[in-house]
Structures are given as C-alpha cells and as structure tokens.
Design a protein. Structure first.
Length: 147
C-alpha cells in the first residue's frame, strides 16, 4: 500500500521537492506501524530498509555504549541502505508505539535510478545526513541524529 504525497510535503527531507517528485517518492514508500519494544534496525546487519519517522520514539544504541533518541517527525533512520557501509551502524528500538514510512534498498535504488534529477537530490540529502551521523556514531557529538 503506497501513501499520499501530501504526507511527505511537510517533512524536512522533502521540503524542496516538486509535486511530481513527491508523488514518485510516495509511490515507493510504505507505511508501517511499530510497537514499543520492537527492534527495527539491528547493528551490524545488512542495511536493507530506509525509514522516515512519522510518530513514536526510537532509541539508537551503539556498541560503544552510547545512545540517542530520535522522535522528530521526518527524521530518517537506515541511511546505510544506500551509502557505505551498507550495514547498520546502530540498533534502533521503538520506545513508544509509532508509525514510520519504509522503503527497501531495492525500491530506493529503483527510485533514484528512475529519475536522475530526483536521484541526485535524494542522494545529496542522504550524503549530508550520513556524514553528520557517522561523526555522532563515533561518539564525538550527542545530538540525536544517527541510525
């Protein structure tokens, strides 16, 4: 079941997307309900799914022992799905019931390869997020921006 493009429009990740780009993305993402206590990302496993938070609270923990909370609508988790290292660098566990949008790695690559302009726009955003979160994962910052 795909989603309506209007769900994406207010999210920071999609702020500069044109209507047809929002519609392409909406057709690729699927809604998913997450229950408190559910682990949706396991550190060290192949990164096969990318997520965008619609509601809920998610704790990201790392092998170094630190953790962060993600709870803002529009935050992404699972960026490693489309950029190196292609495995999850943290474990994400739902602290409260919530809803996310998800897209498989295969679906993500089909989306970005299907439209060069859209693909470039998405990858620039992912590269920025990945760079910020790699720094956080190493423990040099604690701002709640990792997966």
């Amino acid at each position: 079941m795909s989603i309506d493009a209007h769900i994406l429009k207010p999210l920071d990740f999609f702020v500069d997307f044109k209507q047809h780009e929002l519609e392409s993305c909406a057709a690729a993402f699927k809604p998913r309900t997450v229950e408190a206590g559910e682990v949706i990302i396991e550190q060290g496993t192949p990164a096969l799914t990318f997520f965008i938070i619609l509601s809920g609270t998610y704790e990201v923990s790392f092998k170094e022992g630190h953790s962060n909370i993600l709870d803002r609508v529009g935050e992404v988790m699972g960026w490693s799905t489309v950029v190196h290292p292609f495995h999850y660098i943290g474990t994400v566990k739902a602290q409260k019931d919530g809803e996310v949008l998800e897209i498989s790695s295969r679906g993500f690559f089909e989306l970005i390869q299907g439209d060069n302009v859209l693909g470039e726009k998405i990858m620039k955003k992912i590269d920025k997020i990945a760079s910020e979160r790699r720094t956080i994962a190493r423990g040099s910052q604690q701002t709640g921006q990792e997966d």
